[in-house]
Design a protein around this ligand. Structure first.
Ligand code: SAM
Length: 249
């Protein structure tokens, strides 16, 4: 039977496409892409002509069936997304799960991933990190999500879109304190690659002061909670628990 290749593509700089990734794309029978028009430009750049099929969040279940049929017919298929590594805040999970459940070979062709690129150059601890993907779009839900990880001691990593970046940084400042260390990685591997680093409050100010600040794509990284912050949390929990226990009959 065929192999399903999970192929990473660049997150900005097209030279980040690995030779092996390009050669796999030129060898498979069909390429499943999130947006065939967007990926068509990459294929043109690489000089690769292949049949493509669209596989995105809204049709993944249907399209997975078509891909599995090709694998069963001994055709190799490559899955790519608009940028970076498929399945990392991108479609593909349903397909990979099904392909594995049916015993097909699934093989990664690694390459760019904004999460890893950002962490590798941010200067925050990388021994433990918690990737939270995209935060909720609505402020109430976003703050609640931030509250849930405020006392996590591992480095926190989020993806964020340009139109919400200022709000998100301000929410982090409110929930985790203006002094919490924050690093924003903007437009990685592109012409206007920028890192903003410092206390949450000052990063928010710098972003608002920069006329290009909220343009482009961002990875948001937050230093994990300090021992003191983690301890404050548990002291507070102990105090509330103590009060509640006193109220019990
Ligand atoms: N699968 C992709 C990966 O491997 O990184 C991520 C896809 S997700 C839909 C898109 C988000 O990734 C953006 O909103 C942004 O947070 C982040 N991202 C992608 N490319 C980026 C870049 N060049 N610079 C900074 N962040 C980027």
């Amino acid at each position: 039977s065929g192999t399903l290749y999970i192929v990473a593509t660049p997150i900005g700089n097209l030279d980040d496409m690995s030779p092996r990734a390009a050669s796999i794309l030129s060898r498979v029978s069909v390429i499943a892409a999130e947006d065939t028009r967007h990926s068509g430009r990459l294929m043109q750049h690489l000089g690769i002509r292949k049949p493509m099929m669209a596989l995105h969040d809204h049709n993944e279940r249907d399209k997975a069936g078509q891909v599995l049929a090709k694998l069963a017919a001994s055709q190799d298929v490559a899955l790519i997304s608009d940028a970076g590594t498929p399945l990392i805040s991108d479609p593909g999970y349903v397909l990979v799960r099904e392909a594995r459940a049916r015993g097909f070979r699934v093989s990664p062709v690694p390459g760019a991933c904004a999460l890893v690129a950002a962490l590798s150059a941010a200067g925050l601890p990388t021994d433990r990190f918690l990737f939270e993907g995209f935060l909720p779009a609505k402020q109430g839900a976003r703050k609640a999500a931030l509250e849930r990880v405020a006392r996590e001691s591992a480095t926190l990593v989020f993806y964020e879109s340009p139109h919400r970046i200022v709000d998100t940084v301000r929410d982090i400042e409110q929930v985790m304190g203006a002094e919490r260390e924050l690093v924003l990685a903007r437009e990685l591997t592109k012409a206007f690659e920028t890192f903003y680093a410092g206390a949450a409050g000052s990063v928010g100010d710098a972003l608002e002061a920069d006329p290009h600040g909220s343009r482009g794509e961002f990875v948001v990284m937050v230093h994990g909670a300090s021992d003191a912050e983690v301890a404050v949390g548990s002291v507070e929990v102990d105090r509330v628990l103590g009060l509640l226990l006193k109220e019990l009959p």
